[in-house]
Design a protein around this ligand. Structure first.
Ligand code: LLP
Length: 390
């Protein structure tokens, strides 16, 4: 029996037209409470990475916990403002900020631009001059720390496009006094996503201390350090760990990052906050016999959830119509899209499944709905919250 799906809920889900994204905001609440508890009275501030999921109800709940927002586009900055997040809690990162996006952030008066290159610093300086404004920035460094995750979501290695490299420091220190409109307030790092080997965060902390030391030697006082996000979740067995181990995560930073008096440590968590509060619900359209294996063909596909096709990522799949049956049949669970990569899982152990059965694809709260597309001219899947149907 699954903790996430009680029989009454399954009955209610079966009445809804598929496919749809199902959200349990109680799970989100418990997750947010766990973060608050783990942070305790440390001078830590959380910016939710809105790229993971920008649903209004999700944002409302996250805002109610006083979190800020981490954005990577002008559109995300606008969405954060529209949903009532305080402008002084909005950070804006990204390697390719357009001029109009920079202007938007400056005019709104956001907390910081997390700046990714020396050229970007000069562009922001020019735009700030034009607008006759001062701008708060944090410098995003590439710490060259291996996050030991999928190569597409690794961001902290020297060969990645993100951040300023350590070997550019001399040039940076020469440039900084010329950036009269910029207040350099912090350092920013983000090494990757879905990090499950937490020892890599210890390596990040050591690099943070090195960088901070170099700035102090030059007389720069920084009011915050931003260590990004990346904490992974349990995709294999979501019910065993619906709430990630935030205590363990924050303790690494408590132990290894050297903060100076009045300095704050910022985090940009996305996935760990929202992944487990959602499942993609879909119906079996056909069960097709192949030469060596059978296919369960769903009415959801890579248009609704692209992660398996794009990153070969694993999402647990359950047949909600037969939760108590033995999982003694193997299926390739596929979608209806005209692409062979439109596959949610190969040789998935499931009960014998039939047309009309309801499947749940778990842990889809992060980078699920936000990454959907209308390929094959399919329409957007609906969003259904637990409180709407129970
Ligand atoms: N901060 C920055 C600068 C980022 O680039 C990201 C994610 C985050 C924070 C949040 O990371 P999180 O805590 O969610 O791991 N679409 C991919 C994930 C891409 C992550 C991009 N950056 C996926 O579905 O796995």
């Amino acid at each position: 029996m699954s903790q996430f799906f009680e029989p009454k809920l399954i009955k209610a889900l079966k009445d809804q037209p598929t496919p749809f994204y199902y959200y349990d905001l109680d799970v989100l609440d418990q997750t947010l409470q766990a973060i608050k508890k783990a942070v305790g009275d440390s001078p830590y501030h959380i910016h939710y990475a809105i790229k993971a999921n920008a649903n209004p109800e999700i944002l409302k709940k996250i805002k109610s916990y006083g979190f800020g927002i981490d954005c990577v586009s002008g559109e995300e900055v606008a969405a954060a403002l529209k949903h009532g997040f305080r402008v002084e809690q909005i950070a804006f990162a990204g390697v390719g900020k357009r001029d109009d996006e920079i202007e938007l952030g400056i005019n709104a008066g956001i907390f910081t631009f997390n700046v990714e290159s020396l050229e970007e610093l000069q562009v922001i300086q020019e735009i700030a001059e034009k607008l006759d404004s001062e701008v708060n920035v944090a410098l995003r460094f590439n710490p060259n720390v291996n996050a030991k995750t999928h190569e597409y979501i690794t961001t902290g290695l020297e060969e990645n496009k993100f951040g300023i490299n350590e070997w550019e420091l001399d040039e940076l220190f020469e440039l900084m006094p010329k950036l009269k409109r910029l207040n350099i307030r912090g350092l920013h790092f983000h090494i990757g996503s879905q990090i499950t080997d937490l020892s890599v965060y210890k390596n990040l902390c050591n690099r943070v201390n090195d960088f901070q030391q170099k700035f102090r030697e030059r007389g720069y006082q920084l009011d915050h350090i931003n260590v990004g996000g990346g904490l992974g979740v349990n995709y294999d067995d979501p019910d065993a760990e619906l709430i990630p181990d935030f205590e363990r995560f924050f303790n690494i930073f408590k132990e290894f990052v050297h903060l100076y008096p009045r300095q704050r440590l910022h985090f940009e968590l996305g996935r760990a906050i929202v992944a487990q509060c959602s499942a993609l619900i879909s119906k079996v359209l056909y069960v097709k016999k192949g030469v060596k294996k059978n296919f369960a063909i769903l009415d959801a596909g890579m248009t609704e959830l692209i992660r398996p096709a794009l990153y070969q990522s694993y999402h647990k799949i359950q047949n909600l119509s037969r939760l108590d049956d033995d999982t003694d049949h193997a299926y390739d669970v596929v979608g209806p899209i005209c692409e062979s990569s439109d596959c949610f899982g190969k040789s998935v152990k499931l009960p014998e499944s039939k047309r009309g059965d309801i499947f749940a694809i778990r842990s889809t709260g992060a980078y699920g709905e936000v990454m959907r597309s209308n390929y094959n001219l399919r329409k957007d899947a609906k969003t259904i919250y637990k409180h709407e149907i129970l």
